[in-house]
Design a protein around this ligand. Structure first.
Ligand SMILES: Cc1cc2nc3c(=O)[nH]c(=O)nc-3n(C[C@H](O)[C@H](O)[C@H](O)COP(=O)(O)O)c2cc1C
Length: 210
């Protein structure tokens, strides 16, 4: 498959079939991750595949997760545009289920140079930026093999680190449930962005950024 095809094919999926994934597909994706550009040429990225159900249950208990649309959720989304609202109304009640039921659950860990709480400049976040280059390579490689994931960003990374025995000097970038699409998987339309609205030549020329 051409790279452009994988880029277009990659989508966030939160409803998975039970079909197992060949370990070669997973290893290929993680190796693709390790090919990403990296701050300091260091690639201080680590992967934990969590298959143990008890550990997955402990992970979902690190934060509050709702399983149906509540009035409070609807109220919190009232000023969102329709597409974002549609996405959150679908996604938020699925967070717990996707973590428990995805055939694979990947935790991506990295070594920050500056702890997030101490970061004051974009430069301090270079390690976070490069681990996300790694994550995108993984997602594109999986998409090439018709495997899809969802990047869940835990709110309580300290608790996640405790559950998984991750050393204090490392940080969690994302938890990624992934697998083949369920037959009835929801696909929220992607936001259409026109390049001509976002591209400038030589200097910024728009009055009101969208
Ligand atoms: C940094 C980042 C954080 C995200 N966090 C979550 C999350 O916590 N839970 C979730 O279900 N999806 C999460 N997503 C997925 C987005 O909702 C999704 O990428 C977006 O709706 C666009 O859909 P697409 O990936 O199919 O293009 C996250 C994506 C990114 C890039």
């Amino acid at each position: 498959m051409e790279l452009q095809e994988a880029i277009v094919k990659r989508r966030t999926i939160r409803d998975f079939s039970e079909q197992k994934i060949n370990p070669d597909i997973i290893n290929k994706a993680l190796l693709a991750g390790l090919k990403a550009p990296s701050y300091n040429h260091l690639k201080q990225w680590y992967f934990i595949l969590v298959s143990d159900r008890e550990k997955r249950i402990a992970l979902i208990h690190t934060e509050k997760m709702i399983e149906s649309v509540t009035e409070e959720l609807e109220e919190s989304l009232k000023d969102f545009d329709n597409l974002s609202k549609q996405m959150y109304l679908d996604a938020i009640p699925k967070q717990k289920r996707m973590m428990l039921s995805a055939p694979e659950l990947l935790v991506v860990v990295y070594k920050p140079k500056t702890q997030i709480a101490d970061s004051t400049r974009i430069y301090d976040l270079n390690c976070l930026a490069s681990v996300w280059c790694c994550i995108e390579n993984i997602l594109l490689s999986l998409a090439e093999d018709s495997v899809f994931g969802v990047t869940f960003i835990p709110q309580n990374t300290k608790a996640v680190k405790e559950v998984l025995n991750i050393p204090p000097e490392l940080e969690v970038a994302a938890i990624i449930p992934f697998g083949y699409k369920a037959n009835n998987a929801t696909l929220i339309p992607q936001k259409e962005v026109r390049l001509e609205d976002r591209l400038f030549m030589n200097r910024w020329t728009k009055e009101n950024p969208i």
